[in-house]
Ligand binder design. Structure first.
Ligand code: PLP
Length: 356
Protein backbone atom coordinates (compact mmCIF):
# COMPACT_ATOMS: atom_id res chain seq x y z
CA UNK A 1 0.00 0.00 0.00
CA UNK A 2 1.20 3.51 -0.79
CA UNK A 3 2.36 5.65 2.11
CA UNK A 4 0.12 8.61 2.97
CA UNK A 5 2.19 11.72 3.71
CA UNK A 6 0.73 13.93 6.42
CA UNK A 7 1.27 17.68 6.63
CA UNK A 8 -0.50 19.09 9.67
CA UNK A 9 -1.93 22.60 9.68
CA UNK A 10 0.01 25.32 11.47
CA UNK A 11 -3.21 27.29 11.96
CA UNK A 12 -5.88 25.05 13.46
CA UNK A 13 -9.33 26.61 13.31
CA UNK A 14 -11.54 27.07 16.36
CA UNK A 15 -13.96 24.16 16.62
CA UNK A 16 -17.66 24.94 16.84
CA UNK A 17 -18.67 25.36 20.47
CA UNK A 18 -22.44 25.11 20.11
CA UNK A 19 -23.16 21.75 18.49
CA UNK A 20 -26.88 22.52 18.28
CA UNK A 21 -26.07 25.09 15.56
CA UNK A 22 -23.92 22.89 13.30
CA UNK A 23 -26.43 22.48 10.48
CA UNK A 24 -25.21 20.51 7.45
CA UNK A 25 -22.09 20.96 5.33
CA UNK A 26 -21.24 24.49 6.41
CA UNK A 27 -18.04 24.07 8.39
CA UNK A 28 -15.00 22.06 7.31
CA UNK A 29 -12.27 20.43 9.37
CA UNK A 30 -8.58 21.39 9.38
CA UNK A 31 -7.38 18.82 6.85
CA UNK A 32 -8.23 17.14 3.56
CA UNK A 33 -6.96 14.12 1.67
CA UNK A 34 -5.60 14.53 -1.85
CA UNK A 35 -4.33 12.10 -4.44
CA UNK A 36 -3.53 12.66 -8.13
CA UNK A 37 -4.06 10.62 -11.24
CA UNK A 38 -1.84 11.21 -14.21
CA UNK A 39 -1.91 8.97 -17.22
CA UNK A 40 1.09 6.64 -17.16
CA UNK A 41 1.52 7.05 -13.40
CA UNK A 42 -1.89 5.95 -12.12
CA UNK A 43 -3.18 7.20 -8.77
CA UNK A 44 -0.22 8.56 -6.82
CA UNK A 45 0.99 11.02 -4.19
CA UNK A 46 -1.65 10.33 -1.52
CA UNK A 47 -1.42 12.99 1.15
CA UNK A 48 -3.24 14.67 3.99
CA UNK A 49 -2.75 18.44 3.90
CA UNK A 50 -4.33 21.51 5.51
CA UNK A 51 -7.87 22.19 4.17
CA UNK A 52 -7.74 24.95 1.59
CA UNK A 53 -8.33 26.05 -2.00
CA UNK A 54 -7.29 23.86 -4.92
CA UNK A 55 -5.75 25.63 -7.91
CA UNK A 56 -7.50 24.82 -11.19
CA UNK A 57 -7.14 26.01 -14.76
CA UNK A 58 -10.30 27.80 -15.97
CA UNK A 59 -10.14 25.23 -18.78
CA UNK A 60 -10.25 22.30 -16.30
CA UNK A 61 -12.47 19.68 -17.89
CA UNK A 62 -14.70 19.05 -14.86
CA UNK A 63 -15.90 22.66 -15.05
CA UNK A 64 -17.09 22.24 -18.61
CA UNK A 65 -18.21 18.64 -19.04
CA UNK A 66 -19.05 17.57 -15.51
CA UNK A 67 -16.67 14.62 -15.24
CA UNK A 68 -17.06 14.39 -11.48
CA UNK A 69 -18.19 11.71 -9.03
CA UNK A 70 -18.63 11.80 -5.29
CA UNK A 71 -19.65 9.90 -2.18
CA UNK A 72 -21.34 10.75 1.10
CA UNK A 73 -20.67 8.90 4.34
CA UNK A 74 -20.28 9.65 8.04
CA UNK A 75 -17.97 9.05 10.99
CA UNK A 76 -19.75 8.68 14.31
CA UNK A 77 -18.34 9.03 17.80
CA UNK A 78 -18.86 5.56 19.21
CA UNK A 79 -20.06 4.81 22.73
CA UNK A 80 -16.39 4.20 23.72
CA UNK A 81 -15.31 7.55 22.23
CA UNK A 82 -13.60 5.98 19.20
CA UNK A 83 -14.62 7.12 15.69
CA UNK A 84 -16.79 4.62 13.82
CA UNK A 85 -17.47 4.32 10.09
CA UNK A 86 -20.54 2.58 8.65
CA UNK A 87 -19.88 0.17 5.77
CA UNK A 88 -17.19 2.41 4.21
CA UNK A 89 -16.21 -0.34 1.77
CA UNK A 90 -19.68 -0.03 0.21
CA UNK A 91 -19.12 3.68 -0.46
CA UNK A 92 -15.80 2.98 -2.15
CA UNK A 93 -17.35 0.17 -4.22
CA UNK A 94 -20.12 2.55 -5.30
CA UNK A 95 -17.53 5.23 -6.12
CA UNK A 96 -15.92 2.75 -8.51
CA UNK A 97 -19.33 2.03 -10.09
CA UNK A 98 -19.66 5.76 -10.71
CA UNK A 99 -16.05 5.94 -11.93
CA UNK A 100 -16.62 3.17 -14.43
CA UNK A 101 -19.68 4.90 -15.90
CA UNK A 102 -17.94 8.27 -16.15
CA UNK A 103 -14.67 6.97 -17.65
CA UNK A 104 -12.76 7.85 -14.49
CA UNK A 105 -9.82 5.56 -13.60
CA UNK A 106 -10.81 3.12 -10.87
CA UNK A 107 -9.51 3.62 -7.35
CA UNK A 108 -8.06 0.98 -5.01
CA UNK A 109 -11.10 0.62 -2.75
CA UNK A 110 -9.25 -0.86 0.22
CA UNK A 111 -6.58 1.82 0.08
CA UNK A 112 -9.18 4.59 -0.10
CA UNK A 113 -10.96 3.24 2.99
CA UNK A 114 -7.56 3.40 4.76
CA UNK A 115 -7.06 6.96 3.48
CA UNK A 116 -10.45 8.00 4.87
CA UNK A 117 -9.63 6.37 8.20
CA UNK A 118 -6.31 8.24 8.28
CA UNK A 119 -8.06 11.57 7.59
CA UNK A 120 -10.71 10.91 10.25
CA UNK A 121 -7.93 10.04 12.71
CA UNK A 122 -6.09 13.32 11.99
CA UNK A 123 -9.32 15.34 12.42
CA UNK A 124 -10.77 13.11 15.14
CA UNK A 125 -11.36 16.02 17.51
CA UNK A 126 -13.75 17.53 14.95
CA UNK A 127 -16.27 14.70 15.40
CA UNK A 128 -19.03 16.32 17.44
CA UNK A 129 -20.12 14.68 20.68
CA UNK A 130 -23.82 15.50 21.09
CA UNK A 131 -26.57 12.98 20.43
CA UNK A 132 -27.32 12.59 16.72
CA UNK A 133 -24.31 14.58 15.47
CA UNK A 134 -21.59 13.18 13.21
CA UNK A 135 -18.75 14.01 10.86
CA UNK A 136 -19.94 14.03 7.25
CA UNK A 137 -17.27 12.75 4.85
CA UNK A 138 -17.29 13.81 1.22
CA UNK A 139 -14.89 11.94 -1.12
CA UNK A 140 -14.95 13.24 -4.72
CA UNK A 141 -13.01 12.92 -7.96
CA UNK A 142 -12.82 15.38 -10.85
CA UNK A 143 -10.99 15.74 -14.15
CA UNK A 144 -8.52 18.62 -14.33
CA UNK A 145 -6.95 18.50 -17.82
CA UNK A 146 -6.83 22.11 -19.04
CA UNK A 147 -8.57 21.25 -22.25
CA UNK A 148 -11.82 22.37 -23.83
CA UNK A 149 -12.92 19.31 -25.79
CA UNK A 150 -15.20 16.42 -24.88
CA UNK A 151 -13.19 13.33 -23.96
CA UNK A 152 -12.26 11.52 -20.75
CA UNK A 153 -9.70 13.33 -18.60
CA UNK A 154 -6.11 12.05 -18.34
CA UNK A 155 -5.42 13.98 -15.16
CA UNK A 156 -7.69 13.88 -12.12
CA UNK A 157 -7.79 14.68 -8.42
CA UNK A 158 -9.30 12.54 -5.67
CA UNK A 159 -10.12 14.68 -2.65
CA UNK A 160 -11.83 13.99 0.69
CA UNK A 161 -13.18 16.77 2.90
CA UNK A 162 -15.03 16.46 6.20
CA UNK A 163 -17.71 18.54 7.86
CA UNK A 164 -19.11 18.26 11.40
CA UNK A 165 -22.90 18.08 11.06
CA UNK A 166 -25.76 18.53 13.47
CA UNK A 167 -28.51 16.11 14.40
CA UNK A 168 -30.89 15.74 11.43
CA UNK A 169 -33.84 15.58 13.80
CA UNK A 170 -33.01 17.85 16.75
CA UNK A 171 -36.56 17.39 18.08
CA UNK A 172 -36.90 13.69 17.30
CA UNK A 173 -37.89 11.79 14.17
CA UNK A 174 -40.21 14.01 12.13
CA UNK A 175 -42.36 12.98 9.11
CA UNK A 176 -41.79 14.91 5.87
CA UNK A 177 -44.11 16.06 3.07
CA UNK A 178 -43.15 14.84 -0.40
CA UNK A 179 -44.33 16.03 -3.80
CA UNK A 180 -44.65 13.57 -6.71
CA UNK A 181 -42.83 15.19 -9.65
CA UNK A 182 -44.76 14.95 -12.93
CA UNK A 183 -43.05 17.50 -15.14
CA UNK A 184 -39.32 16.98 -14.75
CA UNK A 185 -37.33 13.73 -14.73
CA UNK A 186 -34.02 13.01 -13.07
CA UNK A 187 -32.56 10.09 -15.00
CA UNK A 188 -33.34 7.34 -17.46
CA UNK A 189 -32.06 3.80 -17.78
CA UNK A 190 -28.84 3.84 -19.74
CA UNK A 191 -28.01 7.26 -18.30
CA UNK A 192 -26.16 8.03 -15.07
CA UNK A 193 -28.96 7.74 -12.49
CA UNK A 194 -27.23 4.90 -10.63
CA UNK A 195 -24.08 6.97 -10.12
CA UNK A 196 -23.33 9.74 -7.71
CA UNK A 197 -22.30 12.43 -10.13
CA UNK A 198 -22.83 16.18 -9.98
CA UNK A 199 -25.00 16.27 -13.13
CA UNK A 200 -27.73 14.17 -11.53
CA UNK A 201 -28.07 16.74 -8.78
CA UNK A 202 -27.96 19.68 -11.21
CA UNK A 203 -30.85 17.96 -13.04
CA UNK A 204 -32.83 17.85 -9.81
CA UNK A 205 -32.52 21.50 -8.71
CA UNK A 206 -35.44 22.93 -10.66
CA UNK A 207 -37.95 20.38 -9.37
CA UNK A 208 -36.59 20.70 -5.83
CA UNK A 209 -36.96 24.47 -6.02
CA UNK A 210 -40.57 24.23 -7.20
CA UNK A 211 -41.42 21.65 -4.52
CA UNK A 212 -40.00 23.89 -1.79
CA UNK A 213 -42.07 26.81 -3.07
CA UNK A 214 -45.13 24.64 -2.47
CA UNK A 215 -43.93 23.78 1.03
CA UNK A 216 -42.77 20.25 0.26
CA UNK A 217 -39.42 18.97 1.53
CA UNK A 218 -38.33 16.92 -1.48
CA UNK A 219 -39.68 15.42 -4.68
CA UNK A 220 -40.52 11.82 -5.46
CA UNK A 221 -39.24 11.05 -8.94
CA UNK A 222 -41.14 8.93 -11.43
CA UNK A 223 -39.42 7.01 -14.23
CA UNK A 224 -38.24 9.15 -17.12
CA UNK A 225 -40.05 7.21 -19.87
CA UNK A 226 -43.61 6.43 -18.77
CA UNK A 227 -43.72 8.79 -15.75
CA UNK A 228 -45.45 5.98 -13.98
CA UNK A 229 -43.02 3.93 -11.90
CA UNK A 230 -41.55 5.21 -8.68
CA UNK A 231 -37.82 5.87 -8.63
CA UNK A 232 -36.50 7.61 -5.50
CA UNK A 233 -36.81 10.76 -3.43
CA UNK A 234 -34.37 13.74 -3.82
CA UNK A 235 -31.49 12.33 -1.77
CA UNK A 236 -33.12 9.17 -0.49
CA UNK A 237 -34.39 5.81 -1.62
CA UNK A 238 -38.02 5.16 -0.87
CA UNK A 239 -40.02 2.35 0.76
CA UNK A 240 -43.77 1.67 1.00
CA UNK A 241 -45.41 -0.70 3.45
CA UNK A 242 -48.46 -2.12 1.65
CA UNK A 243 -50.33 -4.62 3.78
CA UNK A 244 -47.61 -6.97 5.01
CA UNK A 245 -45.23 -6.32 2.10
CA UNK A 246 -42.42 -3.79 2.27
CA UNK A 247 -41.76 -2.58 -1.28
CA UNK A 248 -38.88 -0.56 -2.67
CA UNK A 249 -38.10 0.10 -6.34
CA UNK A 250 -35.65 -2.39 -7.84
CA UNK A 251 -32.23 -1.11 -8.94
CA UNK A 252 -32.55 -0.96 -12.70
CA UNK A 253 -29.96 1.65 -13.58
CA UNK A 254 -31.79 4.93 -13.03
CA UNK A 255 -31.65 5.22 -9.22
CA UNK A 256 -28.83 5.24 -6.71
CA UNK A 257 -28.17 2.00 -4.85
CA UNK A 258 -28.27 3.53 -1.37
CA UNK A 259 -26.23 1.95 1.39
CA UNK A 260 -28.98 2.80 3.88
CA UNK A 261 -31.43 1.14 1.45
CA UNK A 262 -29.33 -2.02 1.40
CA UNK A 263 -28.94 -2.03 5.19
CA UNK A 264 -32.69 -1.44 5.61
CA UNK A 265 -33.52 -4.42 3.38
CA UNK A 266 -31.05 -6.62 5.25
CA UNK A 267 -32.36 -5.55 8.66
CA UNK A 268 -36.02 -5.99 7.69
CA UNK A 269 -35.36 -9.45 6.26
CA UNK A 270 -33.46 -10.43 9.42
CA UNK A 271 -36.59 -9.48 11.39
CA UNK A 272 -38.77 -11.66 9.18
CA UNK A 273 -40.45 -8.96 7.08
CA UNK A 274 -41.36 -9.69 3.49
CA UNK A 275 -39.33 -7.19 1.42
CA UNK A 276 -39.76 -6.87 -2.34
CA UNK A 277 -37.42 -5.02 -4.66
CA UNK A 278 -39.67 -4.55 -7.66
CA UNK A 279 -41.32 -2.06 -9.96
CA UNK A 280 -44.04 -0.12 -8.19
CA UNK A 281 -46.21 2.45 -9.91
CA UNK A 282 -47.65 5.59 -8.38
CA UNK A 283 -51.12 4.21 -9.30
CA UNK A 284 -50.43 1.14 -7.15
CA UNK A 285 -49.46 3.36 -4.21
CA UNK A 286 -52.59 5.51 -4.68
CA UNK A 287 -54.79 2.41 -4.94
CA UNK A 288 -53.28 0.94 -1.78
CA UNK A 289 -53.90 4.28 -0.08
CA UNK A 290 -57.55 4.35 -1.18
CA UNK A 291 -58.04 0.80 0.06
CA UNK A 292 -56.44 1.62 3.42
CA UNK A 293 -53.52 -0.72 2.75
CA UNK A 294 -50.74 1.88 2.62
CA UNK A 295 -49.53 1.44 6.18
CA UNK A 296 -46.41 3.60 6.06
CA UNK A 297 -43.76 5.05 3.80
CA UNK A 298 -40.24 6.28 4.46
CA UNK A 299 -37.07 7.43 2.77
CA UNK A 300 -33.57 6.07 3.51
CA UNK A 301 -30.26 7.91 3.17
CA UNK A 302 -27.04 8.71 4.98
CA UNK A 303 -28.10 12.23 5.98
CA UNK A 304 -31.47 11.47 7.59
CA UNK A 305 -31.01 7.68 8.04
CA UNK A 306 -34.80 7.06 8.01
CA UNK A 307 -37.23 9.79 7.05
CA UNK A 308 -40.90 8.91 7.58
CA UNK A 309 -43.19 10.29 4.86
CA UNK A 310 -46.30 11.84 6.37
CA UNK A 311 -47.80 13.25 3.19
CA UNK A 312 -47.52 12.50 -0.52
CA UNK A 313 -48.97 14.92 -3.07
CA UNK A 314 -49.67 13.52 -6.56
CA UNK A 315 -51.38 16.10 -8.74
CA UNK A 316 -54.52 17.04 -6.83
CA UNK A 317 -54.44 13.94 -4.70
CA UNK A 318 -53.08 14.35 -1.20
CA UNK A 319 -52.25 11.15 0.63
CA UNK A 320 -51.80 11.50 4.37
CA UNK A 321 -49.93 8.41 5.45
CA UNK A 322 -50.32 6.94 8.93
CA UNK A 323 -52.09 10.15 10.04
CA UNK A 324 -48.88 12.05 9.29
CA UNK A 325 -47.21 10.20 12.15
CA UNK A 326 -44.10 8.05 12.42
CA UNK A 327 -44.83 4.43 11.59
CA UNK A 328 -43.77 1.47 13.68
CA UNK A 329 -41.34 0.12 11.07
CA UNK A 330 -39.77 3.54 10.43
CA UNK A 331 -39.14 4.02 14.13
CA UNK A 332 -37.74 0.53 14.63
CA UNK A 333 -35.40 0.93 11.65
CA UNK A 334 -34.24 4.35 12.80
CA UNK A 335 -33.53 3.13 16.33
CA UNK A 336 -31.65 0.08 15.13
CA UNK A 337 -29.64 1.71 12.36
CA UNK A 338 -28.58 4.68 14.47
CA UNK A 339 -27.95 2.32 17.42
CA UNK A 340 -25.53 0.31 15.28
CA UNK A 341 -23.93 3.41 13.71
CA UNK A 342 -23.23 5.02 17.08
CA UNK A 343 -22.01 1.73 18.57
CA UNK A 344 -24.83 1.63 21.11
CA UNK A 345 -26.31 -1.70 20.09
CA UNK A 346 -24.67 -4.93 19.00
CA UNK A 347 -23.54 -4.93 15.37
CA UNK A 348 -24.51 -8.47 14.40
CA UNK A 349 -23.82 -7.77 10.74
CA UNK A 350 -20.24 -6.52 11.10
CA UNK A 351 -21.14 -3.19 9.45
CA UNK A 352 -19.22 -0.88 11.73
CA UNK A 353 -15.50 -0.18 11.28
CA UNK A 354 -13.57 1.36 14.16
CA UNK A 355 -10.92 3.99 13.40
CA UNK A 356 -7.94 2.96 15.55
C1 PLP B 1 -30.12 10.41 -5.23
C2 PLP B 1 -29.87 9.68 -3.95
N1 PLP B 1 -30.56 8.56 -3.70
C3 PLP B 1 -30.37 7.85 -2.57
C4 PLP B 1 -29.46 8.26 -1.61
C5 PLP B 1 -29.24 7.42 -0.39
O1 PLP B 1 -28.00 6.74 -0.44
P1 PLP B 1 -27.22 6.34 0.86
O2 PLP B 1 -28.14 5.53 1.69
O3 PLP B 1 -26.04 5.56 0.40
O4 PLP B 1 -26.83 7.62 1.54
C6 PLP B 1 -28.73 9.44 -1.82
C7 PLP B 1 -27.76 9.90 -0.83
O5 PLP B 1 -26.62 9.67 -0.95
C8 PLP B 1 -28.94 10.17 -3.03
O6 PLP B 1 -28.25 11.30 -3.26
Amino acid sequence: MQEIKIELTKNPKAKPQDESKLGFGQIFTDHMFLMNYDEGEGWHNPRIVPFGPIELSPAAMCLHYGQEVFEGMKAYRGANGKPLLFRPEKNMARLNLSNERLCIPLIDEEFCVEAIKALVKVDEDWIPKSEGTSLYIRPFIFGIDPHVGVHPAHHLIFCVICSPVGAYYPEGLNPVKIYVEQKYVRAVRGGMGFTKTAGNYAASLKAQDEAEKQNYTQVLWLDGVERKYIEEVGTMNVFFVIGDEVVTPALQGSILGGITRLSTIELLRSWGYKVSERQISIDEVAKAYDEGKLVESFGTGTAAVISPIGELKWGDKIMTINNGEIGEISQKLYDNLTGIQWGKIEDKFGWVVEVE
